[in-house]
Design a protein around this ligand. Structure first.
Ligand code: PEP
Ligand code: MG
Length: 756
């Protein structure tokens, strides 16, 4: 038993010395293979390194023809070495030539070596090369020898990853580690970001590989495992912020793995072979990851990622590092690459250094995506495998338009994207200039361009985008990025900050619009619904849970003491709902005045027009409220009976179709008839062509995402409204040549050089 442990220990000690000696990289490799051969009593020891062109190149050998170094090559999957690299599994053969994959390379001068042991050189689950020993005699290498060679391979992986071998590569034949790769996933937020990878959960680089005292190291491992288990139990109880939005299932999986006896046994074995506890964690993890690459079961792959996270946590425990170190030395063009992350974690990064976010998981509705969108950061998601392929500091491009990322891009691709970014920046410059111009059509009609917002991070955009105010403040976003219901004080603080930032510009707060696709994981009481979009949501829900509405209204009233408060109700279906909400508001006003609170100077109550039932009582609606705001996202969904989140249908029906434009016109006309201000705050307002249509139909106030204000204003200032009105008079009831309205509008703009 002593013998089997001392072999690898002696070898590792020797490798440590070699790593510290000031040697040229080739010399160091040559000595490493010589020492491995002698330690393992093998006639041959060879190292093959995987190049970016999927070829394994012989980098060093003891025993084969030395002239074959850097000449002998195998393709991935070819021969025994290629098979090991492709499968990321060791091969242990007593008669190598009998193996079906055996291939003879004449340049190596290979004699008859019967026994063959080859292991993959792995790092973070990626194959970087293959390490082989061979003997003439027919022998079967023992398990502890396999283990020893794997451990040695890990040292070599570090050498490769730290760039030690870079000087041995020839131009055009770079190592696989530096290979450019692209991933295609989904676009979660538009924009293009060029920068450098910052792994959100940084792969901890274990630099201290060799232990001095195995027993002490095992004790250290046990102690860290103990703390890790406790911290998981603790998280399960507290639902830590970092796990906001994550399923409890993930934490349960962590707990199960942290107690997995097979894992712990393999860790201890690696330590007994001479590794430090940290290096042992990395080795076992890398082995498992590599094997996992060939699994197709998505559930198992997912669990493997959980296991990865757990190993990272264990490494942090061992190295005494907390998550607070994560953002310590951020490049000025950071692109965060994460498996998944909480919204609060993104807010921990300094905004001025963020150029993009890449997520392996996530959905367009994830909290982190909502926040990133509010911050105007490009996000690409569903990038499976991105984390393990990326190294901190790698160049990366996030294309949030197409949902693509390019890791370690080729110079021409990088140049093309840099041009794209410059082009966007130039356009932004034009928009910035436009801020100074009055918000008027070419023929002098004022149109207010407001912005949509929902979080404190949105507020700087108010000045940057030159918005006339906030036309829709989605108060539910604060609820969606929190892990429990925000307390009354937190709500009041946010509303006050918003009004302060607006500096007298109008702000319209919408009462919480949850339900449907906007779920709060901590909100119990929601039932499983067959049709959530038509279900218990928005005003329906808050009228049933008046406590929620009361708290919010009180916070809004207090925050707007001495200023105007504009409040609107989402998803109103019948006028009775407005009356009920008004009763609750009035009660809160009475309550606050009884306690001599500073009240708003005026209170305006509006309704969102999102449900078609209101179209059939437009005049009554206009009389029942102080203003109406059209929620075109939901209104379109209900008028056309098309789920707004269904990507399969997203291009099928046109928001500028004749019937929908007629609906929008009826609403504008009813507002004008009743002297009730009407605005529109759905996505429709943010596209220049549809904004143009809205203005032509009578809308004089529209609210959109801050990034849209520039392009819409560029259109507005070139728009001759009188001509557009005449165009609608002619076409809305009878489109020319039966053409689609979108095509007619496009032609109208093209004829007049209106930028759309
Ligand atoms: C809408 O429905 O158009 C709207 C503005 O509300 P939301 O997108 O938040 O549902
Ligand atoms: Mg809506």
């Amino acid at each position: 038993m002593r013998d089997t442990a001392s072999g690898p220990r002696v070898l590792l000690k020797r490798l440590r010395e070699l790593m510290q000696e000031p040697l040229e990289p080739q010399e160091r490799l040559d000595r490493i293979v010589r020492d491995i051969a002698s330690n393992m009593v093998a006639e041959v020891c060879s190292l093959y390194v995987l190049r970016a062109d999927s070829v394994l190149e012989l980098y060093a050998t003891e025993g084969l023809n030395p002239n074959a170094v850097h000449l002998a090559q195998l393709r991935l999957g070819q021969g025994l070495v290629g098979t090991i690299a492709a499968s990321a599994r060791p091969l242990n053969l007593s008669n190598a030539q009998e193996h079906p994959a055996f291939a003879y390379l004449p340049e190596t001068g290979e004699e008859i070596y019967n026994s063959f042991l080859g292991v993959p050189v792995l790092r973070a689950g990626r194959t970087l090369g293959v390490l082989v020993v061979q003997n003439k005699t027919m022998r079967h290498y023992r398990d502890d020898e396999v283990e020893a060679l794997e451990t040695t391979a890990m040292v070599i992986a570090e050498m490769i990853a730290t760039g030690d071998l870079a000087r041995l590569t020839r131009p055009g034949l770079e190592l696989d580690l530096r290979r450019p790769v692209s991933f295609t996933g989904l676009s979660f937020n538009e924009g293009v970001g060029l920068g450098h990878v910052v792994l959100h959960e940084p792969r901890i680089v274990v630099t201290n590989l060799f232990n001095e005292d195995s027993e002490e190291e095992v004790r250290r491992l046990q102690a860290s495992l103990g703390s890790l288990r406790l911290s998981i139990d603790d998280m399960l109880e507290r639902r830590e912020v970092a796990f906001e939005g994550e399923h409890r299932e993930v934490l349960e999986a962590y707990r199960m793995f942290a107690h997995d006896s097979g894992w712990v046994r393999r860790l201890e074995e690696a330590i007994r072979n001479g590794l430090t506890a940290e290096a042992a964690v990395e080795k076992v993890q890398s082995d498992m990851r590599a094997r996992m690459l060939h699994m197709t079961d998505p559930y198992l792959r997912e669990r493997m990622s959980d296991f990865d996270d757990l190993a990272n946590r264990l490494l942090r425990q061992l190295m005494g590092r907390g998550p607070e170190d994560v953002a310590a030395s951020l490049p000025k063009d950071a692109i965060i690459v994460a498996r998944s992350m909480g919204a609060a974690e993104l807010l921990d990064y300094p905004r001025d250094k963020l150029r993009g976010v890449v997520l392996e998981d996530g959905a367009a509705t994830s909290h982190v995506v909502i926040v990133a969108r509010a911050m105007g950061i490009p996000v690409a998601g569903q990038m499976k495998g991105a984390v393990s392929m990326a190294e901190n500091g790698d160049a990366i491009i996030v294309d949030g338009e197409e949902g693509i990322i390019h890791l370690r891009p080729q110079p021409d691709l990088e140049a093309a994207y840099a041009e794209k970014v410059r082009f966007r920046a130039r356009r932004q410059e034009v928009y910035r200039e436009l801020r100074k111009k009055p918000s008027m059509t070419k023929d002098g009609i004022q149109v207010d361009l407001l912005m949509n917002a929902g979080l404190a991070v949105d507020l700087p955009q108010l000045a940057e985008a030159g918005a006339a105010g906030i036309g829709l403040f989605r108060t539910e976003l604060q609820f969606m990025v929190a892990s429990t219901f925000p307390r009354a004080e937190a709500q009041e603080r946010l509303y006050r900050d918003v009004l302060d930032a607006a500096r007298g510009k109008p702000v319209t707060f919408r009462t919480i619009d949850i339900g449907g696709d906007k779920v709060l994981p901590y909100f119990k009481g929601a039932i499983q619904e067959e049709n959530p979009a038509l279900g218990w949501r928005a005003i329906r829900l808050t009228l049933d849970r008046p406590g929620l509405l009361r708290t919010q209204i009180r916070a809004l009233l207090k925050a707007s003491g001495g200023r105007e408060l504009k409040l609107m109700l989402p998803m109103v279906t019948e006028l009775g709902e407005i009356a009920q909400a008004r009763e609750i508001i009035d009660r809160e006003v009475r309550h606050l005045s009884r306690f001599a609170h500073h009240l708003p100077t005026s209170l305006k109550l509006g309704a969102m027009l999102e449900v078609p039932s209101l179209l059939f009582q437009l005049d009554e609606l206009m009389k029942a409220v102080d203003f109406v705001s059209v929620g075109s996202n939901d209104l379109f969904q209900f008028v056309m009976a098309v789920d707004r989140g269904n990507t399969q249908l997203s291009d099928r029906f046109d928001t500028l179709s004749t019937p929908f434009l007629r609906v929008l016109k009826q609403i504008a006309d009813a507002g004008a008839r009743n002297h009730t201000p009407v605005t529109l705050c759905g996505e429709l307002a943010g596209k220049p062509i549809s904004a143009m249509a809205l203005i032509g139909l009578g809308y004089r106030s529209i609210s959109m995402s801050p990034a849209s204000i520039g392009p819409v204003k560029a259109m507005l200032t070139e728009l001759p409204l009188d001509e557009l009105q005449a165009f609608f008079d002619d076409n809305l009831m009878a489109p020319a040549h039966g053409l689609p309205m979108r095509a007619l509008l496009q032609a109208f703009a093209d004829d007049r050089s209106i930028p759309l």
